[in-house]
Design a protein around this ligand. Structure first.
Ligand SMILES: Cc1cc2nc3c(=O)[nH]c(=O)nc-3n(C[C@H](O)[C@H](O)[C@H](O)COP(=O)(O)OP(=O)(O)OC[C@H]3O[C@@H](n4cnc5c(N)ncnc54)[C@H](O)[C@@H]3O)c2cc1C
Length: 484
């Protein structure tokens, strides 16, 4: 080993969201001698993840939980010593409502995202017409598609379960998660397990029933994702804080926006600019920093801009991943103001309802510690690919729209006593048909650029555990190059 190899490697992670933080944490876990710098444009870490505590309410401004069917979120929490702070959804309220003609109806028990595990609840639901139920039940006999090419969520579900089940059940459930246009959303890149069920078992209903028989007690829950999800008692910001505490002192540079990256020998020169209090200062002085390796954990749009001078085709592919945005309006009420029993986790709203909202989570019913005693916290989602303009509206415009819709759906009297609006325009990558091929191409080109890793929510899943996994893999890849 020569002298250069013995020097600690200077590695920069660009972007301090959960993807970048997971990468940074993995770097110092695996190679405590590396000289880590995490460059974050804003004045705080966490990216879109942010918990606020106001007037006794604990409010998640974006994500409020994460899935446990993949290990990376749970594992990281446990490694950070947060295992005893993980909390489950309230077991007495594990049901979801769906809006139909302005009224809330219970999602048929056992209906998981896009297929029923039980037929009787589907047979008696008022959400579907008799014809719609018959058409959905015919799914059992519809042969699997032979063409292996990716297809849209709308195409897949209409083909298998019919238009009604798509419009009234699946579109609102999947739409609430991905904030996407279902005519464009890729099945392979989002819910590929349903395609696998079709291919392996010939039918979703058959596959779900077989799985249910294998796990007899698991079929009593319904909903998009609730019983499978957990969060942290004091909010998801505690995950961000716990990672930040594990990073070396002085490793994190906040209010430091990366303007350009350039090759400097085998390593990188990074040009940064200060962004005091999140406000870019026109003409602010630039500074250069040198590193042996970089991990880009920004949104893919920023990665495209930074990589343009290095590989224009790669940048063009990154730009092909478009983004939608959402706004979350959190509303606090006295329990007595709300006529609905709120005996569920929340309600999703189909596009065909022409509502200004995508979904409403009954946050304080779903998780403990969200609202003071006798109060209720609702989190209302607006925008997405359905109504992108709502994600950009200011609070004065958005609040009356959203509050009026909640009044109508949940029989609310009077005004909320607490309100918080968080807007996230351009933060939700859209996994359109062909996304997996596009990402393979992007990763192929990135792998040909030495000492560069890529992570973020635009590639292998938008959920927090997927982002953690992506960050960790980018760190492993950059460290593996060390010995090359
Ligand atoms: C409203 C909403 C609700 C959600 N709900 C859930 C949920 O319930 N469960 C779940 O699992 N997931 C949820 N998600 C998805 C999940 O929260 C995100 O996909 C994930 O947090 C994204 O993390 P990230 O680090 O990839 O990106 P980001 O959080 O966007 O972080 C990127 C960081 O890069 C920084 N940056 C950008 N450009 C530069 C630059 N030039 N220089 C330096 N820094 C830069 C940004 O400031 C930012 O901090 C939700 C997302 C949203 C928006």
């Amino acid at each position: 080993m020569n002298d250069a190899r013995r020097q600690p490697r200077r590695i920069a992670v660009i972007g301090g969201g959960i993807s970048g933080l997971a990468a940074a944490h993995r770097l110092v876990e695996r190679d405590p001698s590396c000289r880590l710098t995490l460059l974050e444009a804003r004045s705080r870490l966490g990216g879109v993840l942010a918990t606020v505590h106001q007037q006794g309410y604990q409010v998640e401004q974006s994500a409020d939980n994460f899935i446990t069917t993949v290990p990376w979120g749970l594992e990281l929490c446990r490694r950070l010593g947060l295992g005893d702070q993980l909390i489950q959804t309230n077991p007495t309220h594990r049901r979801t409502y769906v809006v139909r003609r302005g009224r809330l109806h219970r999602l048929p028990d056992g209906f998981l995202m896009m297929a029923p595990t039980r037929l009787w609840p589907l047979a008696v639901t008022p959400i579907l017409s008799p014809w719609g139920k018959l058409r959905a039940a015919c799914e059992y006999f519809i042969p699997p598609r032979k063409d292996p090419a990716d297809e849209s969520m709308a195409g897949f579900v209409r083909r298998r379960l019919g238009r009604e089940a798509f419009d009234r059940l699946v579109e609102p459930l999947v739409g609430a998660v991905y904030a996407a246009d279902m005519e464009k959303l890729s099945v392979d890149a989002t819910l590929s397990r349903f395609r696998e069920m079709e291919q392996t078992h010939g039918s979703l209903i058959r596959a779900m029933r077989r799985q249910r028989k294998a796990r007899p007690k698991a079929g009593t829950e319904s909903g998009a994702r609730y019983s499978m999800f957990v969060t942290l008692r004091d909010g998801l910001s505690s995950l961000i804080d716990a990672i930040a505490e594990r990073l070396p002192q002085d490793a994190v540079l906040l209010e430091t926006s990366v303007q350009r990256i350039e090759r400097a020998g085998d390593g990188w020169r990074v040009v940064v600019q200060a962004v005091p209090k999140d406000v870019p200062e026109p003409g602010a002085a630039e500074q250069t920093l040198d590193f042996d390796a970089l991990i880009l954990a920004t949104p893919s749009t920023t990665a495209a801009r930074l990589l343009e001078p290095i590989d224009a085709e790669l940048a063009a592919d990154l730009r092909r991943i478009t983004h939608s945005g959402t706004a979350i309006v959190s509303l606090g009420y006295d329990r007595r103001q709300i006529g609905h029993p709120l005996d569920g986790m929340g309600a999703v709203v189909p596009a065909i309802e022409n509502s200004p909202i995508l979904a409403c989570s009954f946050s304080s019913q779903k998780y403990a510690h969200r609202a003071p005693q006798g109060k209720v916290l609702l989190r209302v989602f607006a925008g997405g690919a359905r109504r992108p303009e709502l994600a950009k509206m200011d609070e004065q415009q958005l609040l009356p729209l959203v509050a009026a819709e909640c009044d109508r759906l949940l029989h609310i009297r009077g005004k909320p006593e607490y309100c918080n609006t968080a807007r996230w325009p351009g933060t939700m990558p859209q996994y359109h048909v062909g996304h997996n091929d596009l990402v393979s191409r992007i990763e192929g080109r990135v792998s040909r650029i030495a000492a560069l890793g890529l992570a973020g929510n635009a590639y292998h899943g938008v959920g927090i555990p997927d982002c953690i996994h992506g960050g960790q893999q980018a760190a492993e890849q950059v460290l593996a190059e060390k010995g090359a």
